[in-house]
Design a protein around this ligand. Structure first.
Ligand SMILES: NC(=O)c1ccc[n+]([C@@H]2O[C@H](COP(=O)([O-])OP(=O)(O)OC[C@H]3O[C@@H](n4cnc5c(N)ncnc54)[C@H](O)[C@@H]3O)[C@@H](O)[C@H]2O)c1
Length: 319
């Protein structure tokens, strides 16, 4: 997509954290924003920033797990702004932390519904509309660095975010040759309200029966016991508006992979090397390879060739 000026962007989880940062960056670059979120209070807090600056933006109350409601929301946005060109599947939640064998069925259902089915609902609702109007369009979905390698204590989150990668990389192949570009976003630590919003949007029927652990008891001098004292990371984690600028750059360049944090490169390299190293060092079966290749992109997918521009070290975001 050459520019986002005048394009209509539909951003889920757009009222907080990373989604709000992406929405602000897209607005600064001239897009019209549909800020879709499951929390009306967050939408109400987010919208004034756009209105004060004269950026076109509407709020859309939407639970991404509901595909029928998604279609109604898309109709509403089309009525307000016309064709939708940019979909950012960003709504996501965190739950079920700790060893994976302790995650409950309800933790799984809540996480899978929002983090995977929510993304698929966005794709199924909006990609056919993009293909039908034929104007340059783009879909971005938010995975995580937890969607690239295992993070102890976060297996449920990792499982969902790996799924987002698989979905988007396949979608990229399926949309090759169309006017719809595809990106998968891998944020590292970014200032947001993930823990709080996740607790707010978790439906009553998916709450675990056991109560959450009680808060730590302060000692007599009022201090909280050591393991619970969280350092303030707000100055260290990425600013969502900076991250949003990186996403706009990825959309404009048509990057399949949008990375934001260079700190994860060595870990990812280690995993990729380990996978390749584990492949049996045995003679190649030409006949089998030919048959498998005829199944489509099972052993080779051209989407991995050259679509992602190397990061520009001298690039400065407009924040
Ligand atoms: N913050 C980070 O460090 C980080 C790192 C990697 C990936 N992520 C991912 O980034 C995305 C955004 O998270 P964030 O950190 O900005 O958190 P956030 O809680 O600040 O924002 C997420 C928004 O999604 C909304 N939401 C949740 N469930 C929804 C649903 N069913 N339908 C519609 N909206 C819903 C919430 O109301 C909230 O406004 C998530 O997918 C998250 O997994 C975050």
């Amino acid at each position: 997509m050459e520019n986002v000026q005048g394009k209509v962007a539909f951003v889920t989880g757009g009222a907080s954290g990373i989604g709000l940062g992406i929405s602000k960056a897209l607005a600064k670059h001239g897009a019209k924003l549909a800020i879709a979120d499951a929390r009306q209070s967050a939408i109400d807090e987010a919208l004034p920033w756009f209105k004060e600056r004269g950026y076109p933006a509407v709020g859309v109350l939407l639970n991404v797990t509901d595909r029928d409601a998604y279609a109604v929301a898309a109709d509403e946005v089309e009525k307000a702004f016309g064709n939708i060109h940019i979909l950012v599947n960003n709504a996501g939640v965190a739950a079920g932390g700790g060893p994976i064998w302790e995650a409950t069925v309800k933790d799984w259902e809540f996480m899978v519904q929002v983090n995977i089915i929510g993304v698929s609902n966005g794709v199924s609702t909006l990609v056919p509309r993009m293909l039908a109007h034929g104007e340059p369009s783009h879909v971005v979905s938010t995975s995580s660095t937890g969607g690239l390698f295992g993070v102890n204590g976060s297996a449920l989150y990792c499982a969902c975010k790996f799924a987002v990668s698989g979905l988007m990389e396949t979608l990229a192949g399926e949309l090759e040759g169309t006017n719809v570009g595809v990106s998968v976003l891998y944020p590292g630590p970014t200032n947001s309200n993930l823990g709080f919003s996740s607790s707010q949007v978790r439906p009553a029927e998916l709450q675990n029966a056991s109560a959450p652990p009680p808060p730590p008891t302060p000692s007599s001098d009022g201090t909280v016991p050591a393991p619970y004292v969280m350092r303030d990371y707000t100055k260290i984690f990425m600013n969502p508006e900076e991250l949003g600028e990186r996403v706009v750059r990825g959309i404009l360049r048509g990057d399949l992979f949008i990375h934001t944090h260079p700190e994860f490169k060595a870990g990812l390299q280690l995993r990729s090397d380990a996978i390749v190293r584990a492949i049996p060092d045995e003679p190649y079966n030409e006949e089998r390879a030919k048959v498998v290749a005829s199944f489509g992109t099972l052993i080779y997918n051209p989407v991995y060739e050259g679509v992602t521009t190397p990061g520009l070290p001298d690039w400065e975001p407009i924040v």
